[in-house]
Design a protein around this ligand. Structure first.
Ligand SMILES: *Cc1c(COP(=O)(O)O)cnc(C)c1O
Length: 455
């Protein structure tokens, strides 16, 4: 399969470019040149596959030039053996809503699903090609932990993770900073997540720097993450056995919900994708009114969604503009100047597939409280927003993506119900271990200097 950049689709790229580089040299995101669309006969064959078999089939549609299906199958198996659920994900319910629990991996959030696979894919690639890479990633909390767990101790790889200093939960931080492996470097940036993301983006577009350190990224723009996340949309659809289902997705960078859109494009009968946001509601304003204007980032109880520039939205812009990369590049300029109003016809196209809702802090805590009282279940604040959005829109056959284990966000649950969930036994040790991280100013050059000194 060939890939193109959303900002200039005249040039072809390989899966290797897409995986290793993450971002195209022109600043655009990679998308496949054409998409596999499963017909109903093919879909019925996928229906009874195990999670690992389904994962192998779907990822193989994108990666067969890069890795054989057999080798892929063994990487998938290895990746998901670290999960506490045999079938990787688990479906539960609260009243009429289904919850798709995605947090049974080693760092307790859905990011593990893609990241464990990516870690093994790197190892496969580097041992085949005798190369070394430095992975640099910005995190709003969960990506970093998932990436570190997936990459710690692997040979020929270093990982540098930038998180916003004092703006992630202490459990989130400790899952990253208590790792002892020598190839892991944590950097706390004096800024917010968007600042961290901007530093990483500018290091990537500085080709001299990024080439000099063989830089690679695993941010949510990495296409391989998206395809690995597509799998659970298929899996839960088959498990529920309904004709059409909708998904409510707690959203920040628009990666997870974009994976749902991709599943729909590949033939899965999804009705609506509900984009659920916290008070950082740029995507809700965009999808409901066309107003894609970013404001100051507000800190909330759901830090992994405290984002005002949703990188993956660029892929949607590309698709709704009929894969026109000139128009996409033009719109991305407007977004950079923070002056993009979605055109009326485009908004109508978006609204065929997407709906949106936002929950404020008070509503989020109320949902945690109500769910505990009525269902004896503690929700993490991100999942609570997914539930809140689904309730506001009241849809039949709606599945809420449950994106994190509640123990990761004790502040929110303590506030709502004066209780917090304990960490699973095997992770208890991170609570009192010594932490190791470097605080650096919100300045790209300083970060580059630090990385250079370690490579
Ligand atoms: C990353 C994250 C999200 C947001 O996912 P995006 O792909 O960035 O939209 C939601 N909830 C949790 C717990 C997360 O870690």
């Amino acid at each position: 399969m060939k890939y193109v950049s959303t900002r200039d689709n005249s040039k072809d790229y390989s899966f290797e470019d897409v995986f290793i580089k993450g971002l195209a040299d022109d600043g655009g995101l990679y998308v496949p040149k054409s998409l596999k669309k499963y017909n109903s006969e093919e879909l019925s064959k996928l229906k009874n596959l195990s999670y690992n078999e389904l994962s192998t089939d779907i990822i193989n549609q994108f990666s067969s030039d890069f890795i054989s299906k057999d080798e892929l199958s063994s990487l998938v198996k290895k990746s998901y053996s670290a999960f506490r659920e045999k079938e990787v994900v688990k479906i539960t319910s609260i009243k009429d809503l289904k919850l798709l629990e995605l947090f049974h991996g080693p760092t307790l959030a859905f990011k593990d699903v893609a990241m464990q696979f990516i870690g093994n894919l790197y190892e496969y690639y580097l041992s085949k090609n005798d190369k070394k890479l430095n992975i640099v990633v910005a995190t709003s909390g969960d990506t970093g932990a998932a990436a570190i767990d997936a990459i710690k101790g692997k040979s020929n790889l270093n990982i540098f993770v930038l998180h916003p200093n004092n703006r992630i939960s202490s459990v989130q931080r400790k899952l990253m900073t208590t790792v002892e492996e020598k190839n892991v470097f944590n950097i706390a940036i004096d800024g917010n997540f968007d600042d961290c993301q901007n530093i990483v983006k500018s290091m990537f577009s500085d080709l001299e720097f990024s080439k000099s350190i063989n830089m690679s990224g695993v941010n949510s723009i990495n296409w391989v993450r998206i395809i690995a996340q597509t799998v659970y949309y298929f899996y839960s659809y088959f498990k529920l056995g309904k004709e059409y289902i909708s998904f409510s997705v707690p959203t920040g960078n628009f990666g997870d919900v974009f994976a749902g859109y991709l599943a729909k494009k590949m033939g899965l009968s999804i009705d609506k994708l509900i984009v659920a946001t916290n008070e950082n509601d740029i995507l809700h304003r965009a999808i409901s009114k066309g107003d894609y204007i970013s404001k100051e980032v507000i800190e909330t109880f759901s830090p992994s969604m405290d984002i005002q520039s949703a990188s993956n939205f660029e892929r949607l812009i590309y698709y709704i503009n009929n894969s026109d990369s000139k128009i996409t590049a033009h719109i991305m300029k407007k977004i950079k100047q923070n002056s993009y109003q979605i055109e009326k016809n485009n908004l109508e196209i978006i609204q065929k597939d997407f709906l949106s809702e936002s929950c404020n802090e008070h509503e989020t805590l109320e949902i945690i409280k109500k769910t505990y009282q009525e269902n004896n279940m503690i929700l993490d604040p991100h999942t609570a927003i997914g539930v809140g959005a689904a309730n506001k829109l009241s849809f039949d056959n709606c599945v809420v993506l449950s994106t994190a284990h509640p123990c990761k966000f004790p502040d929110a649950t303590n506030n709502a119900i004066n209780m917090h969930e304990k960490l699973p036994q095997e992770l208890q040790h991170v609570l009192d271990k010594e932490e190791n991280f470097q605080v650096i100013k919100n300045n790209t050059e300083e970060v580059k200097k630090f990385i250079k000194s370690k490579t």
